[in-house]
Design a protein around this ligand. Structure first.
Ligand code: WT7
Length: 660
């Protein structure tokens, strides 16, 4: 039985604990349904009220939604605000000045705490520093930083002065970084000398130098460096500055730059099915609203919570549920520099115990690898730790298989914590489909129901609704405040990717398949419908990896497919044709290693194919189209049962069957 078949038949139901329901921000299914009904009744009124209640506007908005230029929707367009003001100053005014905003734990275990007042002062100083360098409203700033208080400060400081940040994950290569600096037209890069993960020091500044050295970054004026390790680095006179020098002597107040609600708060690059990564552009007002609401609804956030999202600020999860959401609602949060397996695979449980985390949000990949680790070593099993502070768990980034869900529920949540399996995307800004912890009965492996106001549906290729039980395409039928606004510099691609004409041009195409349960209407995500892979919760386009491979002078052709993987969800399998004869044995191993390292250099280590198979050719139709469908079957090691009569060269299948 396939995974999807198993999921369709999953019928275990877990009710949220009564105690949780009693105190929840959204308490019980009736409350949830009433909110959904309110959104149905008066869609704009629903959002307008929430935006008034949650955001502190400098200038109140009078228009809620402008659909005139659909799909370029505008929300709260005549309102003005500042996101950093809403995250920081507001907390100083409402009694949270002395409250711990961030508990930072370094890779080696050192803990640093900052209060809201301290964080505010740091952000203001750095904002003033950036201004003194000439960075101004509307400029783009690339942030290439480790997980750190300073990384959050950098993002918040950009928001404070109205500069649009574009965070690039620290695992991306010089080339990927250069492409993003150029595409965004960044005037500054904020980085660190090095990052420290799992006891290892990895260069960041040197990679920035290499990226700039690749050329094309003429608009870039400054590189600001946070001194993390004190490693010996090269400073370029007139261009490079230490972060501590930039903030030295700067005022600890900084009048926020009031921006329009639609002002781009950030651009975040993500992979699509074709071409280069796309710069997903997010707004200020609508995005902030959703970051706050989902903190309150999905995470049921309360003043006494200690919230921990284990994501990196280089991904959207880190933007919404580290840099913005928790601060905007005045929460205390844990920020972690390291990796879950260092110094041992009990690190997460140890940190939950030590800091008394109440809400824990992580990825299925991490859970699966920690299951394995705790089977191998009983000392790192969560049962060995006191996790009684936990009251709510979350999962994000990829489907969580029922077995992993059950383990998480039993061993980490002690059958007493609801699990929010949150389905969303870089483009959606925040959660879309997820159980509400104090309302929705949970089914392992299902993200259950859309949040109030989110008009998710399953449709066929022409955009028509499908009945429950029938698998189709996941769409969102109405715009929502936190949605992607455009692809930076490429509005046509935005329209084509997300609002295709075949679906009428006005409904959002998520890029995932989904099916709803016949009885409950619950959604189960069945995986991407495009050529996008999800490896350990990292999103990658097969085309990007193929382009990287064929850029190597020895490669003639390459096709990349996903292969199901027990730990990482999917793994990358590449079929490669070389310009020389097909290598075998040791030579094949050697070349495969070279190509893997090559991809790491071109894109980043996360894009390395796990497996590379060499062939004299690739399976193609007579018109020359590569039959990826067949490659997927071969990668899985399954027998080909499909019709291969349209294939130009069926004999090739035999050759590609074997893993080398
Ligand atoms: C893709 C988005 C979610 C923010 C971080 C990743 C997959 C995400 C789930 C889930 C099943 C999920 C989808 C989606 N995905 N969450 N709970 N269940 N699939 O954001 O890098 O933009 O990736 O991740 O395929 O389209 P992203």
């Amino acid at each position: 039985m396939s995974d999807i078949e198993t999921l369709k038949q999953e019928n275990r139901v877990f009710e949220p604990p009564a105690e949780f329901v009693k105190n929840a921000n959204i308490s019980g299914m009736e409350a949830y349904k009433a909110m959904c009904a309110a959104a149905e009744r008066d869609y704009e009124g629903f959002w307008a009220q929430l935006a008034r209640d949650n955001i502190q506007w400098q200038k109140p908005f009078t228009k809620t939604l402008n659909e005139a230029d659909a799909p370029f929707y505008k929300w709260f367009e005549d309102g003005q605000l500042n996101v950093s003001y809403n995250c920081l100053d507001r907390n100083l005014a409402n009694g949270n000045a002395g409250k711990t905003a961030i508990i930072f734990e370094a890779d080696g275990g050192q803990v640093t705490r900052v209060t809201y007042k301290e964080l505010h002062d740091k952000v203001c100083q750095f904002a003033n520093g950036l201004k003194s360098l000439g960075v101004k409203k509307g400029d783009r700033v690339v942030v290439y930083m480790p997980m750190s208080i300073e990384g959050i400060v950098a993002m918040q400081a950009c928001a404070r002065i109205g500069a649009t940040h574009s965070v690039v994950f620290g695992g991306f290569s010089a080339k990927s970084l250069q492409e993003r600096i150029i595409d965004a037209g960044a005037v500054a890069v904020i980085t660190a000398d090095e990052q420290v993960r799992g006891g290892k020091q990895l260069p960041l500044k040197a990679i920035v130098d290499e990226a700039i050295g690749l050329g094309g970054c003429e608009h870039l004026k400054h590189v600001v460096i946070y001194q993390r390790t004190g490693a010996n680095i090269k400073l370029v006179e007139g261009r490079d500055l230490w972060m501590h020098d930039v903030v030295a002597g700067k005022a600890t107040t900084c009048e926020p730059e009031w921006v329009d609600a639609e002002h781009p708060l950030f651009i975040l690059y993500t992979s699509g099915s074709t071409g280069k990564p796309k710069g997903v552009q997010h707004s200020s007002g609508g995005y902030l609203l959703w970051a706050m609401l989902t903190m309150k609804w999905t995470f049921d956030i309360k003043p006494t919570d200690v919230f921990w999202c284990t994501a990196d600020i280089g991904w959207v999860t880190g933007h919404t549920y580290i840099t913005y959401g928790p601060l905007a609602v005045g929460a205390t949060q844990i920020v972690f520099e390291g990796v879950p397996t260092y110094p041992n695979a009990g690190r997460f449980w140890d940190m939950i115990q030590k800091h008394k985390a109440t809400i824990f949000y992580t990825a299925p990949t991490a859970i699966r690898s920690l299951i394995k680790a705790s089977e191998a070593d009983a000392d790192v099993h969560p049962k060995k730790y006191d996790l009684s502070s936990l009251r709510l768990l979350g999962s994000v980034g990829e489907p969580i298989n029922p077995e992993a869900w059950m383990w998480y529920y039993k061993n980490v949540g002690r059958e007493n914590c609801p699990i929010a399996d949150t389905f969303w995307q870089t483009e959606t800004g925040g959660h879309m489909i997820t159980p509400l912890p104090g309302a929705t009965p949970m089914v392992p492996g299902s993200c259950t129901l859309p949040l109030p106001g989110i008009m998710a549906a399953v449709v066929d290729e022409t955009g028509h609704d499908l009945p429950n039980g029938q698998g189709g395409i996941l769409v969102v039928k109405r715009p929502w405040p936190a949605m992607i606004r455009t692809i930076w510099g490429d509005p046509e691609r935005f329209k084509k990717s997300y609002f295709p004409e075949e679906l009428g041009g006005k409904i959002y195409l998520a890029g995932d398949g989904a099916v709803r349960n016949e009885q409950t209407g619950y959604f189960t995500i069945t995986g991407r419908i495009d050529d996008v892979l999800n490896v350990s919760g990292h999103r990658m386009g097969t085309m990007e990896i193929e382009s990287a491979l064929v850029a190597n002078p020895i490669v003639a052709e390459a096709a990349v497919v996903g292969k199901p993987d027990e730990t990482t969800g999917e793994s990358i399998c590449a079929f490669v044709v070389l310009k020389r004869a097909r290598p075998t044995g040791e030579e094949a191993k050697q070349i495969a290693k070279e190509l893997r390292d090559w991809v790491a250099k071109e894109i980043g280590p996360i894009a390395k194919p796990k497996e590379i198979r060499f062939g004299d050719n690739l399976p193609k139709t007579r018109s020359g189209k590569i039959m990826r469908r067949l490659l997927r079957v071969l990668a899985k090691g399954e027998q080909i049962t499909q019709d291969v009569s349209t294939l130009e060269n069926p004999a090739i299948l035999e050759q590609l069957k074997q893993a080398q």
